[in-house]
Design a protein around this ligand. Structure first.
Ligand SMILES: [Fe+2]
Length: 180
């Protein structure tokens, strides 16, 4: 599973801190081990079940969010860095892990991915934080997992979480609006 996770996520290598890199990898490995989905499924299933016939895959969407988050953080560091500290490892790790719990939110019925009973009870921000804490992911990265989606609107997001939240919605809302 580790080889598959490293193949799916070349962006893990962007994380400088080796301990953080390892805990991020381990969170994905453990989540996939507990998921009804195979690593290959992530390159085929739609990234959201909220949009009918969503044309973008899970991995396309998730990797795009990581790239947007990193480039946004770089631009902010360039122009605002003197006034606004941003930890790039935290941004990248948080973006890679934001949706890790989604693989525990699905089940497969007749070859189709759909939301499971667990997924209805515990959306992916909750299950993602649970697995990440088990794997030693630091609190500031778990904060991003917890606060990246709508639930996080009730949380005072850190700068890094704000970046990941907007990167995520930039690559979600246009699809949602197209479908309306
Ligand atoms: Fe999400």
């Amino acid at each position: 599973m580790r080889d598959e996770v490293e193949r799916l996520w070349p962006e893990i290598q962007w994380i400088d801190n080796p301990e953080l890199r390892e805990s991020v990898t381990e969170t994905w490995v453990r989540s996939m081990d507990r998921s009804p989905l195979d690593p290959r499924d992530l390159e085929e299933i739609p990234f959201t079940l909220l949009i009918p016939d969503c044309p973008a895959t899970f991995m396309e969407h998730k990797r795009c969010v990581v790239h947007i988050a990193r480039r946004s953080a770089e631009a902010m560091q360039e122009f605002l860095g003197h006034a606004l500290p941003i930890d790039m490892d935290t941004v990248i790790a948080g973006a890679i892990l934001a949706d890790v719990g989604k693989v525990l939110e699905y089940e497969k019925v007749d070859g189709e991915a759909r939301q499971s009973a667990r997924g209805r009870a515990l959306r992916h921000p909750f299950t993602g934080v649970a697995v990440a804490l088990e794997c030693g992911v630091p609190d500031e990265v778990c904060h991003i997992i917890a606060a990246h989606a709508g639930e996080g609107d009730l949380v005072k997001r850190t700068t890094e979480a704000t970046i990941v939240h907007h990167a995520d919605f930039m690559s979600y809302l246009p699809f949602k609006n197209l479908a309306v």
